[in-house]
Write a protein that binds this ligand. Structure first.
Ligand code: AMP
Length: 215
């Protein structure tokens, strides 16, 4: 297997974001501002803002990983805040702390803006990461590492993982087998045909007689 990839369900997202909520409440942290790290932390941050009844939801953007499961050198801060957080209590939210570089960068940046306090959270935390968030939904050992395909990244990841099998036209059944063999992906978790059809509508794939290929 090249590496393991797993589709994540909305039910798991709810469980993990509620895990964050519980830890925040148990620790009596009452943030004034929630910051989601785009893009992966945007939906979790929105959910946590709902659970905690917070209206001040902002975002910053970091870039670290490029194509699915491929790291692009160092983590970079692409978009900063346009908001005065000085004297405020901040909660930073992301989807996963993997190497931890993105969270470390985000924490250091927000901390430099003189807030009263900053706490960091992510739904998933991989043991051995360079940065340990204050609160997280689920901790994973290094052995449990996988590329997690979150519900908001199904199209991009499925496309990136599939395209190397698509130089020649491939049927949905055959592609399912390739994805299972190479990444342990359980494609029954999504409607692969619908995803491929919608990607073909964007002209990023060619559809011919029920098979798909790179144009
Ligand atoms: P990192 O800087 O390595 O902690 O990760 C930065 C961002 O890349 C995370 O917030 C995710 O959006 C994405 N990412 C990193 N590792 C994974 C993974 N194993 N599965 C899915 N997304 C990941």
């Amino acid at each position: 297997m090249e590496f393991k990839a797993t589709y994540v369900s909305w039910k798991e997202i709810e469980e993990w974001t509620k895990g964050i909520m519980k830890m925040v409440i148990e620790n009596h942290y009452n943030p004034d501002i929630i910051i989601g790290i785009a893009r992966g932390g945007l939906v979790p941050a929105r959910m946590v803002a709902d659970y905690l009844f917070k209206k001040d939801l902002l975002s910053i953007k970091t870039e670290h990983w490029g194509l699915t499961a491929t790291m692009n050198g160092k983590a970079v801060l692409r978009e900063k805040l346009n908001y005065d957080v000085s004297g405020k209590k901040v909660l930073i939210v992301d989807d996963i702390t993997d190497t931890g570089e993105s969270m470390k960068l985000s924490y250091n940046y927000v901390k430099s803006l003189n807030p009263a306090d900053v706490k960091t959270t992510s739904m998933l935390y991989i043991d051995g990461s360079n940065y340990t968030p204050d609160f997280y939904g689920k901790g994973l050992s290094k052995e449990e590492w996988a590329w997690f395909v979150f519900p908001w990244n199904v199209y991009e990841d499925t496309y990136n993982l599939s395209k190397k099998f698509m130089d020649a036209p491939v049927g949905v059944g055959e592609l399912k087998e390739k994805l299972a063999e190479n990444y342990g992906l359980n494609v029954e978790d999504i409607d692969l045909e619908e995803v491929l059809e919608n990607i073909a509508a964007l002209k990023m794939l060619k559809r011919h007689e029920g098979k798909f290929s790179i144009p």
